[in-house]
Design a protein around this ligand. Sequence first.
Ligand code: GTP
Ligand code: MG
Length: 197
Amino acid sequence: MLIKTAEFVKSSGKWQECPDATIPEYAFIGRSNVGKSSLINAMMNHKDLAKTSQTPGKTQLINHFLINEEWYLTDLPGYGYARVSKSTRKDFEKLITNYILNRKNLVNLFVLVDVRHTPQKIDLEFMQWCGESGIPFSIVFTKADKLKPGGAQRNVDTYETELLKTWEEAPQMYITSAEKKQGGDEILKYIEQTNQY
Ligand code: GTP
Ligand code: MG
């Protein structure tokens, strides 16, 4: 998909404050610092559309971007950030889960995980919750440039084996690097095929 326009629309602290749910929407979610905002920028060919940081917990609101005046791309706060208070973490979780359960135009959730890590409990539990809640999702592996060629694929295969212990079928998976602008095209291809209402 050719990106003609990518504009920031608004930041929302509640799902009720999000823009009208009139066009298809795709959201990026995952642990703090996994690379959600960076991948959005890489896919949109934009240096700082979404704010990124080396410090986890940068994105604290639901950020909507309007792409090609046709669909929304949404950058969500990270989950599982240990260095905030319990109540702040609970607030984030509530914001995220309410958004996911109530956002009627949400077509797919992209769950980002760092390709260097073995499957983490918090991600597996989140995916389990998506499955139980009937929320469609795909897995996006990030930071592939940090591994040698072949290393990323090996880790993805391990991840898939782990998932297939509890899931009948593995979700769609993408291997990406924001740094090397890799893998975003496949995600955009999927969005192109599904964003027609
Ligand atoms: P929160 O908003 O805090 O939840 O984080 P985030 O998931 O949006 O992560 P962000 O995009 O801010 O990136 C976090 C850090 O990882 C930054 O220092 C990025 O430069 C780095 N990073 C992100 N993607 C990549 C990648 O593909 N390769 C490498 N090498 N570094 C990356
Ligand atoms: Mg972010």
